[in-house]
Write a protein that binds this ligand. Structure first.
Ligand SMILES: Cc1cc2nc3c(=O)[nH]c(=O)nc-3n(C[C@H](O)[C@H](O)[C@H](O)COP(=O)(O)OP(=O)(O)OC[C@H]3O[C@@H](n4cnc5c(N)ncnc54)[C@H](O)[C@@H]3O)c2cc1C
Length: 415
């Protein structure tokens, strides 16, 4: 039986046959601040406004980064400053259990959660083991919980940077000791995917630095072949700022077709552009990043379109705060008669960012999930500083958040 496609407000698409797609899109409005911030109390709105006003100043963020580094080194307590501000805006809590209220709250607005254990502790054997065990717990926590859309892990948190870089860039130089450590990493990686498979939970493998990614891709491809026979369980992340990702996506499709599995793909633009360019220049290899923002955008659009066109072999997760990308995918689904609630396609944003996109999409019946990081204040600080920096450096992001918050605060006052 063909899937029923739903239009705005859950009305079957067939009822809109005499309305043009363009007219329908007037109804998906990311500027609707009432819906965007429906999950936030007045106090939370004011907090968010103050926070984005501060992190909009690059100088302040740089200063905070230096001070935080010093404070961490001398074990100076930071909770009092971080918890009511950055942590409150961007983090779900310290433990899985702490995140239950936010999971339930998001679900009231039809937004699902993806819990992300974001501790970036030192890559010591104890730290690695602790992260591995917590990730297993997060996969168990997602079992049979319809409010949790995916589990996720960052491969570099279950091994060391040295091993990932060597296995990716100089595998011929690996010593017996390196191979021993790489095999231990591989076992942890596969154990997480096995647990996800046993629990029927989809698991996203985050993408990282270019110099680590080759080894991560190899393991992810192998895991997809093993665990994605009936449905996509393991998802590879493709950073579309890399100009070699379209060929990789085509190879994934060929492999999935040849080996009879459903490929899971997560698309992002990529978070490490400046560092990648700097490293490529320093080490003397070609820049792996698209030459311009427009080229990245086109690459991103091409990958999303290609995947939607081959949805018989893919499930996809699109993580972006770019309004145009979200509009484009929403429109593409409707144009192709793919149901907005089709579980093969998810839109995603980070907790505390771009609520105007998440809540308006969810309201119109699309599948939406928020990445909800959790960890202790100390462990999650690198993640928080990246968010602060991202909001400073991603052109327009902070300005947009502030503009939206201001409109909503004024609207509520008037109401
Ligand atoms: C749910 C979710 C999960 C994520 N997971 C990951 C992950 O696993 N790995 C990861 O690396 N990132 C991840 N990110 C971050 C993501 O890669 C982006 O850094 C971030 O979302 C900003 O991109 P955008 O599409 O939201 O916004 P936009 O503002 O449209 O795009 C900004 C991005 O465009 C690219 N860009 C900017 N200027 C240029 C230029 N001059 N030339 C070429 N490209 C340029 C860069 O990638 C930059 O980050 C995730 C984001 C979300 C929302």
């Amino acid at each position: 039986m063909p899937a029923i496609a739903y239009g705005p407000s859950g009305i079957p698409f067939s009822d809109y046959l005499n309305i043009s797609i363009d007219k329908l899109y007037i109804m998906l409005d990311f500027n609707n601040t009432e819906i965007a911030f429906s999950a936030k109390s007045d106090g939370e709105l004011q907090n968010a406004y103050r926070l984005f006003s501060v992190i909009g100043h690059p100088g302040l963020v740089k200063c905070a980064k230096v001070l935080t580094g010093v404070a961490l080194k001398i074990h100076f307590p930071l909770s009092w400053a971080v918890k009511p501000t950055l942590y409150k805006q961007f983090v779900g809590g310290e433990t899985l259990q702490d995140c239950v209220p936010i999971i339930n709250h998001l679900q009231k607005f039809n937004v699902k959660t993806t819990l992300d254990y974001s501790a970036e502790s030192e890559q010591t054997p104890d730290g690695i083991q602790a992260t591995f065990e917590e990730t297993i717990r997060s996969i168990d926590f997602a079992k049979d919980n319809p409010n949790l859309a995916y589990a996720v892990f960052k491969p570099s948190t279950i091994t060391t940077d040295e091993i990932l870089a060597k296995a990716s860039e100089r595998p011929n130089e690996m010593t017996a000791d390196d191979r021993f450590h790489f095999n231990a990493f591989r076992e942890r990686f596969m154990a997480l995917c096995t647990r996800a498979y046993d629990n029927n939970v989809r698991v996203l493998v985050d993408a990282e630095d270019y110099c680590f990614q080759e080894a991560i891709d190899r393991l992810t491809d192998e895991a997809m072949r093993l665990f994605n026979k009936k449905r996509a369980i393991v998802f590879a992340t493709l950073q579309m700022y890399r100009h070699d990702r379209m060929p990789y996506l085509r190879r994934i499709l060929d492999d999935a077709t040849a080996n009879g599995y459903i490929a899971g793909v997560k698309f992002v633009r990529g978070a490490y552009m400046e560092a990648e360019r700097e490293r490529a220049t320093r080490m003397g290899y070609p820049d792996p990043i698209c030459p311009t923002k427009q080229a990245t955008d086109e690459n991103f659009d091409a990958a999303v379109r290609f995947t939607v066109e081959h949805l018989d072999r893919f499930e996809m997760f699109m993580g972006t705060h770019n309004e145009e990308s979200n509009y484009k995918l929403a429109r593409l689904l409707d144009e192709r008669g793919i149901a907005r609630g089709d579980s093969r396609v998810f839109f995603a944003q980070l907790l505390g960012m771009s609520d105007n996109i998440s809540f308006n999409l969810a309201r119109e019946g699309y599948n939406v999930t928020k990445y909800v990081p959790y960890a202790s204040v100390r462990d999650v600080l690198p993640y928080l500083l990246r968010r602060a920096e991202e909001n400073t450096s991603v052109a327009g992001q902070t300005g947009r958040e502030l503009r939206m918050l201001k409109i909503e605060i004024a609207r509520r006052r008037k109401a």
